[in-house]
Design a binder for this molecule. Structure first.
Ligand SMILES: NC(=O)c1ccc[n+]([C@@H]2O[C@H](COP(=O)([O-])OP(=O)(O)OC[C@H]3O[C@@H](n4cnc5c(N)ncnc54)[C@H](OP(=O)(O)O)[C@@H]3O)[C@@H](O)[C@H]2O)c1
Length: 340
């Protein structure tokens, strides 16, 4: 089998090396899958840059999700069969043409989903689904703010929130992305490079009216989001993309950390607002039943035609470095995937 190893932090052109090794046999409870391709996530870019805490020490194979056909089943695996087309979660190890993974993270998927569509449903749609359905309780007529709204998780959040009848403010950094957000049905698309989103939302008359914000950016965006919340509202923090800008500059990094603010529980009580942290790796590790429920929920929304991933670009595996550069460039819309 072949796998792309992350051997060096830094530029995508120098970061990966292909490695050949024997294909493993599945152990008890495991599934061996012959891969058609794997998805990229922004966390992969952060891992390559050396700013992702959960990344194993180098050299290592990263990658959270894979699509392919089952080649062999380990002892005791039920409900799956050889030859079946499946989507599989990988806790790293995803940049490979064969993957071995516990059966719990494997689900059958239709033959007609492309590699990009199928892999988008894994980390990105699962994160969005968990954030909306498990962290919060939003209703028709509520207001939500989605950052990085044109990205993978952003697209998923918008589709799931639209289905609930929530009015959406979405931020992105280019006119093309704003057009995309309008097409997706975002009620108030905001180009944060042209306008301060906090001021813009206030100007639109929604100061202290937002019920939820979805924030993978971090730094001062957390305080700004909190200022927009209505009573009962919450900021869901699930990333710190701003770290890519501060990387290698200790002063910027300290500014970023201070930007998050210092929070007292008393403030949450008196204002009746909250901050919710989210890391899907921890949910997969410690809440397997919740994880399974979310997976069923995502698959059910696809089957009903309520969600449909947008594929920004699919690359050949020989262009892995280009795929990484593209996602890092902040130009991508929807999912970026790599095919074998
Ligand atoms: N906690 C979890 O379990 C979990 C799971 C999945 C993803 N995430 C996080 O969710 C975020 C989105 O992930 P994704 O894979 O769907 O990526 P993505 O949104 O498809 O791509 C990243 C996008 O973020 C936007 N962005 C805004 N400010 C940025 C900044 N300062 N630096 C870099 N990008 C910035 C860029 O678009 P614009 O600039 O145009 O907005 C960029 O295109 C990432 O922060 C990721 O780490 C967390």
């Amino acid at each position: 089998m072949r796998a792309y190893k992350l051997v060096k932090n830094g530029k995508s052109t120098e970061a990966f090396q292909v490695e050949e090794k024997p294909t493993p046999e599945p152990g008890a409870g495991e599934v061996l899958i012959q891969s058609e391709g794997f998805g990229l996530n922004f966390a992969d870019v952060m891992a390559r840059l050396g700013i992702y805490k959960d990344c194993p020490p180098l050299p290592t194979v990263i990658g959270y999700e894979n699509v392919g056909h089952i080649k062999a089943l380990g002892e005791g695996v039920e409900g799956l069969k050889e030859g079946q087309r499946v989507l599989a979660f990988t806790r790293f190890g995803g940049y490979a043409d064969h993957i071995l993974t516990p059966a719990m993270g494997v689900t059958p998927i239709p033959e007609d989903l492309s590699v990009g569509e199928a892999t988008a449903l894994a980390t990105q749609y699962m994160t969005a689904y968990y954030a909306v359905e498990e962290c919060l309780n939003l209703h028709e007529g509520d207001y939500a703010l989605v950052h990085a709204a044109a990205g993978g998780v952003g697209t998923a959040l918008i589709q799931i929130l639209k289905n609930k009848g929530v009015t959406i403010f979405g931020t992105a950094g280019s006119p093309q992305k704003l057009n995309y957000l309008k097409d997706l049905g975002v009620d108030y698309p905001i180009n944060y490079r042209e306008k301060d989103y906090l001021e813009e939302i206030k100007k639109l008359g929604f100061e202290r009216k937002i019920d939820a914000t979805f924030n993978p950016i971090g730094g001062d965006y957390v305080k700004k989001d909190y200022a927009l919340l209505n009573a009962g509202g919450a900021v869901v923090i699930f990333g710190a993309s701003k770290m890519t800008e501060a990387r290698g500059n200790p002063f910027k990094m300290i500014k970023l950390l201070f930007g998050f603010g210092f929070w007292s529980p008393i403030k949450f009580v008196t204002s009746s607002k909250s901050l919710i942290g989210l890391n899907m790796l921890r949910i997969a590790d410690f809440k397997p039943t919740t994880f399974q429920r979310c997976l069923k929920g995502v698959v059910s929304l696809v089957e009903k035609g309520i969600i449909k991933p947008t594929v920004g670009k699919e690359f050949d595996h020989t262009q892995l470095a280009d795929a990484h550069t593209y996602l890092e460039s902040r130009k991508s819309i929807g999912k970026v995937a790599v095919k074998w």
